[in-house]
Design a protein around this ligand. Sequence first.
Ligand code: AHG
Ligand code: MN
Ligand code: MN
Ligand code: MN
Length: 329
Amino acid sequence: MQNRIATPVGITLDRFIKKKQNDFAFATGELSQLLRDIALAGKIIHREVNRAGLLNIGGAYGTENIQGEEQQKLDVIANIRFIRALRNGGEVCAIVSEEDDEILDMKNPDGRYIVAMDPLDGSSNIDVNVSIGTIFSIFRRTSPVGGPVSEEDVLQKGSEQVAAGYLLYGSSTMMVYTTGRGVNGFTYDPSLGEFFLSHSNIRIPEDGKIYSINEGGYEGFEPHVVKYIENCKKQRFTARYIGSLVADFHRNLLKGGIYIYPSTDKTPNGKLRLNYECNALAMICEQAGGMATDGKMRILDIQPESLHQRVPFYVGSTCMVEEVMKGLS
Ligand code: AHG
Ligand code: MN
Ligand code: MN
Ligand code: MN
């Protein structure tokens, strides 16, 4: 009997969203529609990413973002695609994006949701064909529907997120998200144009042996980080650092591990941005049974003070995050 590997066709993302929506008694379907709009934009970016080398859309765009980073063409393209998909979807009243200095008003005054996004994470890896991603956080607006968007709308604590997720453009394209009832992963089948449930109810191992940190910053690390890394080496742990947060995070989520972007002498608040990188991954990690802190407090409890605020970031298996924090007490 030929040993055929059956390719079971799982539930599509659309059907899963619909099913989960029915679990929420008062769901109006708006959040479901917003998640579909994000998945649509993800399919478009999947196509752009996979053709970047052929369409001359690799390389630098020639401008800098507010972070002082040289924008890559795909940073700008991904930003435009997500803004367009979310504006046309009609559910979003404002967006905070890594690639835009100010709050983006979607001119949808009836939109009930705010999206904070990193449209393309891991830009330094675009031209060398290494996995990259998109990160998104979804909040309900706090100001009255129909009125102007306020700064309070977009500076909410991570604990106020109604949903969070990421897309990973890797050996396959995946969408992983949570609405506060566990974490589920969907794999994109380009031949069918659909995401299919492939990782149901993801749980991160409580402990792990993989640590992700850019050791190039070693000379500028704080003592507790140096001590932790030395301890990882003594235990012959595995060092894995891709330079794309989404890819490093996803591997550690599935296998167990810790990702650290610490405060250094050159980057006292670390590099990663609270509003559109850390909050989303912190919610996903906690929903999967892990932990996310800035070294002192829970990421989701931090009150943002500005749109592009950076925080030190320790995220992953609970035992590993607790271990590195011990060095601070
Ligand atoms: P982005 O490409 O969205 O600016 O984010 C890059 C981040 C993150 O993805 C990655 O882990 C980290 O920057 C790499 O920074 P270093 O090159 O300083 O290690
Ligand atoms: Mn960037
Ligand atoms: Mn990023
Ligand atoms: Mn980015």
